[in-house]
Design a protein around this ligand. Structure first.
Ligand code: HEM
Length: 480
């Protein structure tokens, strides 16, 4: 009997040792080859993911990048992230290289979990889907198309502030900012306005947003599992809305220009093909995800910085009040008003320099190639980082200083200011985001001044930057 247990123990120990050996061997073999960039590769499986993520959790996502830029190379260093061999590209030259080699040397890459949460209706990978969406989106989101939505944004902002902020002594900004951007998206993408209908989406949507980038364990109760279920639920709800819209369009009860859904239903590709219902549902879901937490993070940080820097608040207030005073009672904001909000937009840009809603993005090497004398193997994941330039004194002197004048005149040098990315994959929602942020600023400063209730509230970046307690503020309404 004793021998039996001893043999069992031996088999177990050998199995564990062999597995560990293969893990280490596989990990190391990912990083053998001449001329790879310098850097550290961390442990098998997790690589340096924990260091990468935890610098964000501690509120300093740039630390991971700058430590390695100082130690290894200011332009490109190797690492291992999310189970993948990777190289981080830093600085404007690297940004330019990645952004201008889209679909030539590199292509977009998402962690496997994203593909599982978004099973495309056509069974192509989400990468293929996004190429198709890329072609169509500019039509729906270009400034000319968006101009007609400014009045609607103004109206929703008015109702949002009336229901969530007015008559409150204190509010928590981040959940309110999310409610604002979600309400706008529901109205402008799919014409859903009824608060009860919006509420049926809000919870599943939250589950989806927080489970997309999570550990991909699909067991009951895990964030990943909840995200998959939420994604299926929302897509089904969207398909119901799409079917009804088709009927309404045919019967003349809906207008072809009332929202992005109508545009999508009535637009065909270069082969005369209209999009399938599930395709449209996926695309709308992509837009909701792409635009939701990003823009609400930007709005939240605008509130934070305006509370902290009174003369910047004064500048925004004066600009917005001049516009407000030029309007007749009940007259909506329009495109000309938005063009006058130059200082406010410079302030928003400076906010997104210091707190970029997305820290960067991944690409995958389509082939072996050389960059700056280093070899990048096919299949490696490449990461561009907004912070590598935004917080670098070489491109933004005194990078921690809040200075909206950086955006006056010709503004920052090319490829140094990249909150929306760059090249063919640059955020298609940039102009939409500009409008919703400016309309938000208009309504906010027109009504209030405010103080932060937690003076040195911690910032957590996971993966968006968020004040740890959601930014509670005390409101001081202007005297009428
Ligand atoms: C302040 C707000 C926003 C910021 C900072 C932001 C930033 C970004 C960035 C950095 C990317 C990735 C680019 C890359 O991988 O190189 C991106 C992609 C994307 N964004 Fe935005 N975004 C914002 C708002 C929006 C809005 C409002 C929408 C929708 C109306 C939107 C839709 C998308 C979509 C669909 C993609 C994926 C495009 C693709 O893969 O080709 N974003 N965004």
């Amino acid at each position: 009997m004793e021998h039996f247990y001893l043999s069992l123990l031996l088999v177990f120990v050998s199995f564990v040792s062999l597995s560990l050996f293969f893990l280490f061997y596989k990990h190391r073999s990912n990083f053998t080859g001449p001329n790879l960039p310098p850097g550290k590769t961390g442990y098998p499986m997790i690589g340096e993911s924990l260091e990468f993520l935890s610098s964000g959790w501690k509120g300093h996502p740039e630390k991971f990048i700058f430590d390695r830029m100082t130690k290894f190379s200011s332009e490109v260093f190797k690492t291992s992230l999310l189970g993948q061999p990777a190289a981080v590209f830093c600085g404007p030259t690297c940004n330019k290289f990645l952004f201008s080699n889209e679909n030539k040397l590199v292509t977009a890459w998402w962690p496997e979990s994203v593909n599982k949460v978004f099973p495309s209706s056509t069974q192509s990978s989400s990468n293929e889907e996004s190429k198709k969406m890329r072609k169509m989106l500019p039509n729906f989101l270009k400034p000319e198309a968006l101009q007609r939505y400014i009045g609607i944004m103004d109206n929703i902002a008015e109702r949002h502030f009336a229901s969530g902020w007015d008559n409150q002594k204190e509010v928590i900004v981040f959940p309110l900012a999310k409610r604002y951007t979600f309400w706008l998206a529901c109205r402008l993408f799919i014409s859903v306005e009824d608060p009860n209908h919006i509420a049926t989406f809000a919870d599943p949507f939250q589950a989806l947003a927080s489970g997309i980038i999570s550990i991909p364990i699909d067991l009951p109760g895990t964030p990943f599992n909840r995200a998959i279920k939420a994604s299926n639920f929302i897509r089904k709800e969207l398909v119901k809305i799409i079917k009804q819209r088709k009927i309404d369009l045919a019967e003349g009860k809906a207008s072809p220009t009332q929202d992005i859904l109508s545009h999508m239903l009535l637009t065909c590709d270069e082969n005369g093909q209209y999009m399938a219902e599930l395709d449209i549902a996926d695309k709308i879901l992509g837009l909701l995800i792409g635009g939701h937490d990003t823009a609400s993070a930007a709005c939240t940080f605008i509130v934070k910085y305006l509370a902290e820097i009174p003369d910047v608040y004064e500048g925004v207030y004066n600009e917005q009040m001049e516009i407000a005073k030029s309007k007749a009672a009940g007259e909506m904001l329009n495109w000309d008003d938005i063009q006058k909000m130059r200082y406010s937009w410079n302030v928003a840009c400076e906010v997104m320099r210091l707190a970029p809603p997305l820290q960067g993005g991944f690409r995958e090497a389509l082939t072996d190639f050389a960059f700056n004398g280093f070899s990048i193997p096919k299949g490696w994941k490449l990461y561009w980082s907004a912070n590598s330039t935004h917080k670098n004194p070489d491109y933004f002197p005194e990078p921690q200083k809040f200075d909206p004048s950086r955006f006056e005149g010709r503004g920052p040098a090319p490829y140094t200011y990249v909150p929306f990315g760059g090249g063919p994959r640059m955020c298609p929602g940039k102009e939409y985001a500009r409008l919703e942020i400016l309309v938000f600023m208009h309504h906010l400063v027109k009504r209030f001044k405010w103080d932060k209730l937690i003076p040195d509230e911690k910032i957590v970046v996971d993966p968006m930057p968020i004040p740890a307690k959601g930014l509670p503020v005390r409101l001081f309404p202007h005297k009428a």
